[in-house]
Write a protein that binds this ligand. Structure first.
Ligand code: C5P
Length: 314
């Protein structure tokens, strides 16, 4: 085949706890990640010239070498020079639906789809673990985006253990279009304000991971119990992002007042989500949020949990 089209799903964090500093400068985390069906679409096509071409008409997405999609091609090109020589260059068309700078791993899921698409286009025959190891070089969330579904993610986020997930929950996503939060800023600010709560990673890593594995959120997922999942949502990064962005704080309070199973900011934000048991309830909450805040900059999506992240589309 000379071309492949793939859908690449966004993620939300059902649980995000910061443990402490790692020697590599990142933070040690324990998280539960969940794919949601809001997706971008990537089409990868072989070129007959040795070039990397990226087409994306989203105003906030660069088409140059700073894009994670481009970096994913360069990474595989350097690791598999023979395949690059044999199959030549690639043109990738990226249709964005996932908002940018949103805490939904949009860039990471695009990179994951690029690795999977090139693996097929260049007939590399890489395993999921090999793809995840490569993905970890591009970003902490990329290995999860390769696995998809529901997973515990530890280390800097790149250690992924898949869980048997729940697939009949709906999600209202809400984000102010003109507001993005930088992930490095969120973690740096967290460090500045909460370094005194950090524990020694080498001593605590195992017990914190064990606490998550035997804790209420993972139990709720294994019981397939949406209400329990909603009760145990948690994100440490809310402690820095919400005070810095009163609009996001207000958005969260408004969504909480509209009902649902639980409401949380995803990742480093600023997207806020509410879980619901039915699509009708999710649509009602989206509508109420829209009318209570009545802000033309507020974007809302109704989406659902999905057991996969990267899928071939025709
Ligand atoms: O891995 P990724 O490129 O997505 O991370 C973006 C930034 O977020 C890192 O440069 C770092 O500042 C911060 N980060 C962190 N600890 C993590 C993941 C990300 O401090 N576990």
């Amino acid at each position: 085949m000379d071309s492949y089209s793939l859908s690449a799903a966004a993620k939300i964090n059902l649980y995000l706890e910061v443990i402490g500093d790692r020697p590599d400068g990142y933070h040690e985390l324990v998280m539960v990640m969940q794919s949601v069906s809001l997706s971008d679409r990537l089409t990868l096509r072989r070129l007959n010239v040795p070039a990397i071409r990226l087409n994306c008409d989203h105003p906030l997405v660069p088409n140059d070498s700073s894009n994670l999609v481009h970096k994913a091609v360069v990474l595989l090109q350097s690791r598999f020079p023979q395949a690059w020589k044999q199959y030549g260059g690639v043109e990738i068309t990226l249709e964005k639906n996932i908002p940018v700078g949103a805490g939904l791993a949009g860039g990471s899921t695009n990179a994951a789809a690029t690795l999977i698409g090139l693996d097929m286009l260049w007939q590399l025959g890489l395993t999921q673990i090999e793809l995840q190891t490569l993905g970890a070089e591009l970003g902490s969330d990329v290995p999860f985006c390769i696995a998809g579904g529901t997973a515990i993610a530890t280390g800097r986020g790149e250690q992924v253990d898949s869980l048997y997930g729940i697939d009949n929950l709906y999600v209202v996503l809400a984000k102010y279009q003109n507001l993005s939060v930088s992930t490095p800023w969120a973690y740096q600010t967290y460090r500045q304000q909460f370094a005194s709560t950090y524990v020694s990673v080498s001593v605590e890593r195992e017990s914190r991971q064990e606490a998550l594995r035997s804790g209420a959120m993972v139990a709720a997922i294994s019981h397939q119990n949406g209400s329990e999942i909603g009760e145990h949502l948690h994100n440490d990064l809310e402690k820095v992002v919400l005070p810095a962005h009163p609009d996001v704080q207000k958005l969260k309070e408004t969504m909480v007042s509209c009902g649902g199973l639980g409401t949380l900011m995803s990742g480093s934000g600023p997207t806020v989500f509410t879980l619901t048991a039915t699509q009708a309830e999710a649509e009602a909450i989206a509508e109420q949020t829209r009318s209570r805040l009545s802000d033309p900059d507020l974007q809302l999506w109704v989406t659902s949990f999905t057991p996969t992240s990267i899928q071939m589309v025709t």
